[in-house]
Design a binder for this molecule. Sequence first.
Ligand SMILES: [Ca+2]
Ligand SMILES: [Ca+2]
Length: 477
Amino acid sequence: MPGPVTLILQDAGPGLSTACDTAMCRALVELIDEAERDVSFALYGYRRQAEVVDALERARARGVRVRGVVDMGPDGTNPYDGTEAFIAQFGLHTDRAADLAVARRDAPPSAWRCPGLPERKGPPQCVALDVGDACVVGTLQAVETLEELGGIVHDKFFVIDGIRVWTGSANLSDTCTGGYNANVVAVIDVPEIGAAYLAEFEQMWAGHFHRDKVAVRPRYIDLPGGGQISAWFSPQNDVMDAAIIPAVRRAKTRIDVAAFFLTHTGLVREFLAAHARGVAVTVVMDATGASNEYSKHDVLRLAGIPVRVEDWGGKMHAKAMAIDDEIVVLGSMNFTSAGTRDNDENTLLIRDEAAARALRDWVTASYASIDPRWGQGRPDAESLLSRGSCSDGSDNDFDRMRDGDDPGCAPGAVLPSELVQLKRVPKGPGLVRGYVDGYRGRRYALPGSAGYDLIEDQGSVWFCSEADAKAAGYQPP
Ligand SMILES: [Ca+2]
Ligand SMILES: [Ca+2]
């Protein structure tokens, strides 16, 4: 009899598979086969996982209600080419009408204004992060204008009879549940968690997506035998600021991270702060995620945090971390601002020592499986440097070119140039200046402000950004 929390850790496999041979896929089929009344699911898409479809048909044939929601862009497309037929087969609902009704997304928030880079069209993001003795400063900016895609149903969860939940980072596809990509999935048998997921599902089933949902309030549920679990849904629960960052802030010894994307500035700031106070932070990063112009994995490296970018054919598709061999964070949400602010996502925080140790060991083994040279730079996700990626039948880097058609697979293809144009500057004049005012306590002054130069050098401290100053307890001037 499995316990209330079962963690399933999937290594990157040898290739795409339409079969359902992985532990995560077997567990899902088993759950669906055990359903007595209801199977409700929210998915990003579907591609070539017929054994799961067969299980859903078996459930339907024995009178189980089968309902699902799936992502659909405003243009009526989904990245997974089996999705449309899947929608038709089960009468699934999508977020397309909601996307069409919603105004354009807000511009990404920025710490402060900074000039854009030449020849680049995306929104500039100004970076100023503390790496201890220096600041990493510069502009991150996409080459192309970012498409406005509306929100995304990015969940990957199934709720069985309103009680048991299967969820994590794996899409229902030949690349994820099929076992090509590395993923972290959990099966949760805790009725309060099942009820929360079902409440979240019902909103989407009724046509409320993205910011048009109401919050399913997160609750900390005690697990039998100790430990605790809580479920968080994006965007209403603000999981990054309300749960993940506070957990990282409490880390004492180690944080082991597996990241498909790592663009969220606030989270990166907390990893840097953890490293600065002696916490051992280790990161395994996906190669496609590392090619994102807003990725901040290189900032971590500049601070001395070990980061390896995977050189497998499959992806590091997990969005998970183990903190202090005590806390597990896992779910559908990438470590991006869109994940926490825009999309439909779910994240679990689990306090369970055995699960945290298992995840830590898995991240450690994933890290060790990558050629040590990728502690610097990054391999092109579809190139001869990423093992098997040029003969796997997959468009590994989502550029609509596959295997031999992808220029990255040409022999002698050059290494990708570093997109991140950041530099290390020593702390000193020109940065945010903290000081202690005799009457008002800790204050900070911005460069160029009145009084900035009047603060005595002795006793002032330097911060890379206002956010860093505030985090250290300094108040606006
Ligand atoms: Ca490609
Ligand atoms: Ca390929």
